[in-house]
Design a protein around this ligand. Structure first.
Ligand SMILES: *Cc1c(COP(=O)(O)O)cnc(C)c1O
Length: 341
């Protein structure tokens, strides 16, 4: 298979149209057989449920080329389960989990020419999503839905080296205590846009959202979970029913315990405790872990001892172990790697 002529290591994180995408439609109570198509355009009615009342959920994962030349994805069964949970919360029909994995495999295989080579740092980002398609004007769930999967090659996250982030404690809230913070819904992102644009204007990379009920506990950023390392070497990650359950964070917790022999605490984390932390990172599919150097709480700076020029030592070990597992350099736990080719 001849690869596309793309400058892999200089790719950014943007949409690059690839050859094929997967589409399946839900109508009269069931999903059709699904197919790959070359048509990147979606045509829906002007009154479609997704356009009027934002009835849409999504997933994000990646395909990689491993050291020995296979094309793989990482724990797609967890994305399948999470999409199902997200769909159910928004009264949408779940796409069957086994068919979700089959759709990922088919879409990646059909776009093999866009899977970046091993060592380039680039990956093929996979975006599965589900939305209401038929006209809905009175507020209720749609009756018809579309499930799609497209892929787009994305460049190395740490181009030109690691740069620890500076984030601010946000005055906006991300997710209400019994709301939709724990599902991967477009609506959670629409309402975060104003907060992130204003954070960027003020020179911050990200927003740290607090729990809206008490505004004392750390939740997450707009699109990544927190992982801290305490000064006594424990990995600490916030626990809350309104945090999106990051697959990267859950995998890093396993790696910390089982590969690195570290103690892990999943618990409520108070903003007031952050001064006692040695390292801080943001976990998600995009970067695996991005180190955070500084958190600013209304003028008060919390500077982590790991500093503004490199990852902290524990963060780095976690990052290297998990990326080693993904790229086939370190043996993976049973069931973590789905081989496509
Ligand atoms: C997708 C997402 C994450 C990261 O989850 P991964 O499964 O690790 O990619 C974290 N927080 C939010 C709000 C998200 O939408």
């Amino acid at each position: 298979m001849e690869k596309k002529n793309i400058d892999w290591s200089n790719l950014g994180f943007g949409y690059v149209q690839t050859d094929k995408r997967y589409v399946s439609n839900f109508k009269d109570g069931s999903w059709d057989e699904g197919t790959l198509t070359s048509d990147a355009t979606v045509v829906i009615n002007e009154c479609a449920g997704v356009l009027q009342y934002a009835q849409t959920v999504f997933e994000g994962l990646k395909a990689y080329t491993t050291e020995d030349g296979h094309i793989v994805t990482f724990r797609p069964d967890l994305n399948a389960a999470r999409l199902k949970a997200s769909a159910e919360r928004l009264e949408m029909p779940a796409f069957p989990e086994d068919r979700f994995i089959d759709a990922i495999v088919q879409t990646v295989a059909a776009n093999e020419a866009y899977v970046p080579p091993y060592g380039s740092g680039a990956t093929l980002y996979i975006r599965p999503y589900l939305f209401g398609t038929n006209p809905v004007i009175g507020v209720k769930p749609a009756d018809e839905y579309q499930f799609r999967v497209f892929t787009t090659p994305v460049g190395p996250y740490f181009k030109g080296g690691v740069r620890p982030l500076t984030i601010r404690v946000s005055d906006f809230d991300r997710a209400a205590p019994h709301g939709t913070g724990h599902i991967k819904a477009g609506l959670n992102y629409a309402m975060s846009l104003h907060a992130i644009v204003s954070a960027h204007k003020e020179g911050y990379d990200e927003n740290l959202y607090l729990d809206p009920a008490t505004r004392t506990k750390v939740e997450e950023t707009g699109g990544a979970n927190f992982l801290f390392v305490s000064k006594d070497g424990k990995v600490v990650t916030p626990k809350s029913s309104s945090i999106l359950p990051s697959i990267t964070r859950r995998s890093l917790v396993y790696v910390a315990k089982e590969y690195l022999g570290l103690e892990v605490e999943e618990r409520e984390v108070y903003l007031s405790e952050l001064e006692d932390m040695a390292e801080c990172g943001l976990c998600g599919t995009a970067a695996v872990i991005s180190p955070v150097g500084k958190i600013v709480d209304h003028g008060k700076e919390i500077c982590f001892p790991s500093g503004m020029s490199e990852m902290g030592p524990v963060t780095k070990k976690l990052y290297e172990t998990l990326t080693g597992i993904q790229m086939g350099r370190i043996e993976a736990p049973e069931g973590w790697i789905k081989v496509i080719r």
